[in-house]
Design a protein around this ligand. Structure first.
Ligand SMILES: [Zn+2]
Ligand SMILES: [Zn+2]
Length: 215
């Protein structure tokens, strides 16, 4: 997922920031970890089975356990694609990002040979997300390329996440499916504060909700 400029706040395109779109009657989620203040809206992510909508508490980033899938400090919804409308924003708390970042997807095909030559790591399979991100628009003379343009990825498998951190569905306690990686954002002014970590979104399609955590 690559940064693609800005977009209207209520746009149905994939984006971070702006207003959440949700079914009628939806109420803004509150933090169950720190303070009971509203969570901040992070991302609107249309996928083939609906729309993922992710909220993370930013009211007290040093103390609130937004990185923990079971803390109550974050929320993942899977909405149907149709009849979504902008949600009215609570008057208090840290609720909206300062800018909208539209997202376009760019399919990366990885060459299995690319990971050759990393002596001592032969037993580790190459991490697909790591390879895709590190290769984004990298010119030979650039060490990091334009990696800040990378806002995450869709599908695949979670990057370097230990099995014991895979979250259960908050409703049915069953296993969840990995849906997306989320980076903090394109610039420090517009980014989510994830403590410099990568965000992971998981979903239970049956229960239409999911889980969020960071590494
Ligand atoms: Zn909180
Ligand atoms: Zn479930």
């Amino acid at each position: 997922m690559i940064y693609d400029g800005t977009a209207p706040a209520d746009s149905d395109v994939p984006r971070t920031g702006g207003l959440p779109l949700a079914p009628a009657g939806f109420t803004w989620p509150m933090c169950g970890s720190c303070c009971g203040e509203p969570l901040q809206f992070f991302v609107h992510l249309p996928v083939e089975y609906g729309v993922l909508s992710v909220f993370v508490c930013q009211n007290d980033p040093g103390a609130c356990e937004f990185w923990d899938a079971t803390s109550g400090a974050n929320r993942v919804y899977l909405f149907p694609r149709e009849e979504l409308q902008p949600v009215s924003v609570p008057e208090t708390g840290v609720t909206l990002l300062p800018a909208v970042s539209a997202i376009r997807t760019h399919v990366v095909t990885l060459d299995p040979e690319e990971n050759d030559g990393h002596d001592g790591h032969d037993e580790l399979a190459p991490d697909a997300y790591d390879l895709a991100r590190s290769g984004w628009k990298r010119e030979p003379e650039e060490r990091f390329g334009k990696q800040r343009e990378v806002l995450g990825s869709l599908g695949g498998s979670p990057s370097y996440l230990e099995d014991d951190r895979l979250p259960a569905c908050p409703s049915c306690a069953g296993t969840t499916e990995f849906a997306a990686h989320l980076e903090e954002g394109i610039s420090s002014q517009t980014a989510m504060n994830l403590g410099g970590q990568l965000g992971y979104v998981f979903v239970c399609r049956a229960c239409r909700e999911g889980a969020f955590l960071t590494d």
